[in-house]
Design a protein around this ligand. Structure first.
Ligand SMILES: NC(=O)c1ccc[n+]([C@@H]2O[C@H](COP(=O)([O-])OP(=O)(O)OC[C@H]3O[C@@H](n4cnc5c(N)ncnc54)[C@H](OP(=O)(O)O)[C@@H]3O)[C@@H](O)[C@H]2O)c1
Length: 312
């Protein structure tokens, strides 16, 4: 990415954020956000990554209130910036011999300075996207056993409006030529959307009782903004309570997507404010979904089942 496109990425991220904040303000003036009413979920198990803070903590809290057994990643230790740690986490989880009905791929970092995960991936790409790619793939067998027709297990990925301005740089996924924290964050959120859509197609082709959807929480008042420009942090500090959603409000789309009967058996959707909406046009590009999936399998050491599934 050239310095000019890095500056363009920053402007576009701020413009995307400002548009969401404006829409949220309008909605607040018209009555605000209502907590979805959902039925109790006893005997169901969920994993929420990034469940120690912000939106993930609120998601875990709401799912637990509905009666779910919720495993918070970090409580059962998992560093999503390490492929080895993810594999160890899955081993520990599987030793418990419990089912898994909901996986919320929520953890994330935003606009961090250029740095690498333990495996040498750019941090946004490695943690926000690849870490969840590996985690999901390793847990899929348990989820397939845990779901049943009429009561599917559900995988969710928490993306963001920044995916709309994201560009998937297939020649330089690690942003090594010219790093833009804004571009890297947006790319990781775009990759998550492509990932969920391809996963949903695979699951549907296999007839698996598991669905995959994307959720977009809006702009939410959390610590995610600790690496942004100081002026933005100041605005957040002064007006965040009014402009931004609270972590609970930000969690409602995740909680809704995790349990609502409206989405039983339905996957491949992008959900915002508990409603389906369109994601960026290129996210529906099947070749791009397939290409990213294949590259991600190589990077994480997963066997790519795409060919087998779609040919037989
Ligand atoms: N806030 C927003 O406006 C907004 C908007 C759109 C999308 N999102 C998305 O929502 C998700 C949650 O963000 P948030 O706003 O709730 O941010 P947050 O308050 O900063 O929470 C992020 C969570 O991710 C965890 N995490 C970070 N690095 C990790 C690692 N290496 N391994 C495991 N967990 C790790 C954090 O744990 P530690 O604190 O222990 O590091 C924390 O629990 C993110 O994917 C974000 O991109 C947020």
């Amino acid at each position: 990415m050239s310095p000019l496109s890095a500056a363009r990425a920053a402007l576009r991220v701020y413009a995307a954020g400002a548009a969401v904040v404006l829409a949220q303000l309008l909605r607040r003036c018209r009555g605000g956000f209502a907590e979805p009413v959902l039925a109790p979920q006893p005997d169901r198990v969920a994993i929420v990554t990034g469940g120690t803070d912000g939106i993930g903590y609120s998601t875990a809290k709401h799912l637990a209130r509905l009666g779910m057994h919720v495993i918070i990643v970090e409580f059962l230790y998992c560093d999503l910036a390490s492929l080895q740690s993810i594999r160890q986490f899955v081993q520990k989880f599987k030793k418990k011999k419990i089912p898994l009905h909901v996986l919320v791929n929520n953890a994330g970092v935003m606009m961090v300075p250029q740095r690498k995960t333990r495996d040498g991936f750019e941090e946004h790409f490695g943690l926000n996207y690849l870490g969840h790619f590996l985690l999901t793939n390793l847990l899929l067998d348990t989820m397939k056993e845990s779901g049943s027709p009429g009561c599917s297990a559900r995988v969710l990925a928490v993306s963001s409006a920044t995916h709309y301005i994201g560009e998937l740089n297939m020649d330089d996924l690690q942003g090594s030529r010219c790093y833009s924290p804004h571009g890297a964050y947006a790319q990781s959120k775009l990759a998550l959307v492509l990932f969920m859509y391809h996963l949903q197609r695979l699951l549907a082709a296999q007839g698996s009782p598991v669905t995959a959807n994307v959720v977009d929480p809006g702009v939410v008042n959390t610590d995610l903004y600790k690496h942004v420009f100081w002026g933005t942090r100041l605005i957040k500090k002064l007006f965040g309570w009014w402009f931004f959603k609270t972590p609970d409000e930000g969690a409602w789309t995740s909680v809704y997507a995790a349990v609502t009967p409206d989405l039983e058996g339905i996957g491949g959707r992008y959900l915002y404010n508990e409603k389906e909406t369109k994601s960026l046009t290129i996210t529906y590009d099947l070749d791009l979904q397939r290409e990213l999936w294949a590259r991600s399998c190589q990077m994480t050491g997963i066997i790519d089942m795409t060919q087998d599934t779609f040919s037989g």
